[in-house]
Design a protein around this ligand. Structure first.
Ligand code: ADP
Ligand code: MG
Length: 367
């Protein structure tokens, strides 16, 4: 597993359930996945000696880290089964290539233009404002994005990104956001989770509602688009497609070449989690169509929950008594504002009751 974050940690658990041994590559000695892996290789993602050790000791390679250098995947692909492929990841991890791929293949995307250099700034039409300048690579959780309302702000923002290649996206008036998490095998077998509805705060996922409370057309269309997208990328493994919904139109926002935060409900609400499917797709096992056993709502726990003014406390997790609330903490040592520390999923039948319980739990943890 390339990457030792929480996504990698859940992957390790799923793989170990099937008796696999997992090596995690991550330069952080305390990485969440490294802590529970059978072997933690504490080295950088382009360390050739580490990559050779992986070739010598592993059969299958997957990633949880979107910004894994594509060359690392290419290097490993020569000897091992690597899923998803370097080709798919290299498109998806770069917003310029990703957006261009979507447009060329007739997927619906919002208005955007590519800003590779200072000259491109001159070509920007005023109709694109208000807009968001997004750095082409290495952004996550709303980082590497600046909201701009005019050319002057755009120029400042581009300078702030040190003139690194970017895309400039028109700001869409969102009715809501949804995501599709799916798995595709090397035999073109595909399985889908129910559509997820997502609420973000400051560009970071806060809440996911399953199934999404959107009309049937939106529901069907997004699943159809994600289906076609997985084939167009010849994608093998678990992937997620994020969508914007605006006035009954859908636009692809971005693609994640890995399990997704919005798919965490599947750990508790489904018979097969997105990480179980990642293991199965990776190792060529038959995929299982996951069944949603409970309606659910997933709430992220950011490091902010640990802070009261300037002081730091441990939230009262012991006060979570209700059996229908499933708590997951990722083993990260240091809470930081905006850092994903854990999540909880509330299960049930009645979406309104689930919502109330989710709110009350958050209030209790913040009190
Ligand atoms: P990240 O890689 O951080 O997830 P995204 O491009 O998905 O980056 O942006 C994070 C969030 O910011 C989105 O889920 C959405 O809520 C908001 N956002 C991003 N782009 C736009 C846009 N063009 N119009 C409106 N909201 C946007
Ligand atoms: Mg996103």
């Amino acid at each position: 597993m390339l990457g030792g974050g929480q996504l990698g940690r859940f992957f390790v658990m799923s793989a170990q359930k099937l008796g696999y041994k997992v090596l995690v590559l991550d330069p952080d000695p305390n990485s969440p996945a490294g802590q529970i892996a059978d072997n933690h290789l504490c080295a950088s993602y382009d360390d050739e000696q580490a990559l050779r050790q992986i070739i010598d000791s592993c059969d299958y390679v997957s990633t949880e880290f979107e910004n894994i250098p594509a060359q690392t995947l290419q290097f490993l692909e020569k000897d091992l089964t690597v899923r998803p492929s370097s080709k798919a990841v290299s498109i998806v991890q770069n917003r310029i290539l990703e957006k261009s791929f979507l447009k060329e293949n007739d997927f619906p995307v919002g208005d955007f233009i590519i800003i590779s250099n200072l000259d491109d700034l001159q070509k920007v039409e005023l109709s694109i404002f208000p807009a968001i300048l997004k750095i082409a690579q290495f952004g996550y959780d709303g980082k590497g994005q600046i909201h701009v309302n005019n050319k002057e702000e755009l120029e400042k923002a581009f300078t702030k990104f040190k003139n690194a290649p970017c895309v400039l996206e028109k700001k869409i008036n969102l009715d809501t956001e949804v995501s599709v998490v799916l798995a595709r095998s090397n035999n073109d077998e595909k399985v889908f989770y129910p559509l997820v509805e997502n609420q973000h705060i400051n560009g970071i996922l806060d809440t996911s509602i399953i199934p999404a409370e959107v009309n049937q057309e939106i529901y069907d269309e997004t699943l159809k688009i994600a289906d076609r997208l997985s084939s167009a990328l010849d994608y093998i493994g678990v992937m997620a497609v994020e969508f914007f919904v605006c006035q009954n139109h859908v636009y692809v926002n971005e693609i994640a070449p890995r399990p997704h935060n919005s798919g965490h409900f599947s750990i508790d609400a489904c018979d097969y989690s997105q990480f179980d499917l990642q293991v199965r797709a990776l190792t060529g096992m038959k995929l299982k169509q996951p069944k949603l056993i409970h309606n659910s709502r997933m709430i992220n726990l950011l490091g902010d929950v640990w802070f009261r003014g300037d002081s730091q406390i441990n939230p009262a997790f012991n006060n979570i008594k209700d059996e229908s609330i499933k708590l997951h903490l990722y083993g990260k040592k240091e809470p930081r504002r905006g850092r994903k520390m854990g999540h909880y999923t509330v299960l049930g039948d009645d979406p309104e009751k689930i919502k109330q319980l989710a709110f009350k739990t958050k209030e209790m943890l913040l009190s």
